[in-house]
Design a protein around this ligand. Structure first.
Ligand SMILES: Cc1cc2nc3c(=O)[nH]c(=O)nc-3n(C[C@H](O)[C@H](O)[C@H](O)COP(=O)(O)OP(=O)(O)OC[C@H]3O[C@@H](n4cnc5c(N)ncnc54)[C@H](O)[C@@H]3O)c2cc1C
Length: 391
């Protein structure tokens, strides 16, 4: 195993670091899960895009740099190290885009991807419904053929749609065959949120940000693909009709695995935790128990980084992580809670007055829920990775 970076990779790191250090806003932006903060984050996204740092590993034609996955990891490390803003485009660039690369037609890739990297189209994920969360195959939102209009009519309700109130487009699963077995008869649709029949209603989270939305669809027309830009601008189908489950599983592999949560994010938090522990130590308040928690969390962040290198090696050699991405999801989400809990212990009673660590902790608590709860991930690991019996 060779864990050293090549000269080209080191030069790339230097280039990213230099640009980020001179361009990252000096004061943190307001939360991207508020209307004002989202708008400020978009300015940052446009700056990233203009400097071709928005999607470094994508082809140049789509706004990237043709960087390798290793270079993407390096960029991510540098991004989090300097404390750059959260990526409000993440559901598009990290979840939907890999799925478009895998399942989209050439025309769909040419249309959707440059607009996504330029933060022109802003995507939210429309999977969960009031009665279908963990049981995603239980969705009841449906798409019905309308031959006269030449397309599909979408009706139903999606919920917990992250930043849905600020986005322009939704990707989601809809039932196209009510007679088929639950996992069949689903289709993966791409829909503009300003389509006729669409209602988006934002609502607040427990931490006070209004980052969620409910999306109501009432006979929204998604036209059949005729390969023209005019039609694609009104939405489309990703993959084949009735084959949406397989397409959606590709998206979940990205969401639970590598792309949504790269290790740089946790290493940066671990480095900040170490700084906090040093301050606590200099004030004479660091107990052995606290020091152990800090060191354990720091080691786990490093372990996740090394594990990821193995994952990237697999991807580069053509192996998809598939169900193994559930391991990642369990690990990074529980690690995030441990990192923040250790920080709150160091801060002591003033922790509740500390903005960033407290806010980070509140969000970390949702990690074991979003992207599929950790109970479900443990079921997946048990059944599909370890081959244990279902019951
Ligand atoms: C911060 C955040 C952002 C989100 N963003 C989005 C988004 O953008 N788009 C979107 O579509 N959804 C989003 N979600 C919704 C998320 O996907 C769901 O909350 C999640 O899938 C769980 O579904 P549920 O809330 O309906 O809980 P339920 O499915 O009702 O689960 C309730 C509890 O029962 C447990 N449980 C359920 N079934 C089983 C089982 N078979 N075995 C063991 N335990 C089980 C669960 O683990 C959980 O603890 C988001 C959620 C959060 C917290």
């Amino acid at each position: 195993m060779d864990l050293t970076w090549s000269e080209t990779e080191t030069a790339f790191r230097h280039e990213c670091r230099t640009w980020l250090e001179s361009n990252v806003p000096s004061a943190p932006l307001p939360s991207g899960d508020t209307a004002e903060g989202f708008a400020r984050h978009l300015e940052w996204e446009h700056l990233l895009h203009d400097a071709r740092y928005a999607v470094v590993s994508w082809p140049e034609a789509y706004g990237g740099r043709d960087a390798t996955l290793w270079e993407w990891l390096i960029f991510e490390e540098e991004y989090y190290r300097v404390g750059a803003p959260q990526r409000v485009t993440q559901n598009g660039i990290f979840l939907l885009a890999p799925t478009i690369f895998e399942f989209g037609t050439a025309a769909q890739q040419d249309w959707y991807l440059p607009r996504m990297s330029a933060a022109q189209d802003l995507w939210c994920q429309g999977w969960s419904e009031p009665n279908a969360g963990s049981d995603l195959a239980g969705i009841t939102s449906r798409a019905v053929r309308d031959d006269e209009a030449g397309g599909w009519r979408l009706t139903g309700q999606k919920t917990w749609t992250t930043r849905g109130a600020f986005c322009t487009h939704l990707f989601g699963l809809f039932r196209t065959d009510g007679e088929a077995e639950r996992h069949r008869g689903l289709t993966y649709f791409l829909v503009p949120l300003d389509a006729e029949g669409m209602t988006v209603r934002g609502f607040g989270r427990l931490d006070g940000d209004e980052g969620f939305a409910e999306v109501f669809l009432d006979e929204v027309l998604v036209p059949d693909d005729d390969g023209t830009v005019e039609t694609m601008a009104r939405g489309g189908i990703l993959g084949e009709v009735d084959q949406g489950w397989g397409v959606a599983m590709a998206t979940t592999t990205s969401e639970r695995g590598l792309t949504l949560r790269s290790p740089g994010r946790f290493q940066a938090t671990a480095a900040k935790l170490l700084d906090l522990a040093r301050t606590t130590g200099s004030e004479g308040r660091l107990t052995d128990l606290m020091a152990d928690a800090v060191v354990d969390a720091w080691i786990d962040a490093e372990a996740y980084s090394l594990y990821t290198l193995g994952d990237v090696t697999g991807v580069v050699e053509g192996r998809s992580p598939g169900a193994r991405s559930s391991y990642n999801k369990i690990f990074w989400s529980e690690l995030d809670v441990r990192l923040h809990r250790a920080a709150l212990d160091l801060l002591g009673p003033v922790a509740e007055l500390d903005g960033p660590w407290m806010k980070g902790y509140e969000f970390a608590l949702s990690g074991p829920i979003y992207a599929g709860t950790n109970e479900i991930q443990r079921n997946i690991v048990a059944e599909r990775v370890l081959g244990l019996p279902r019951k």
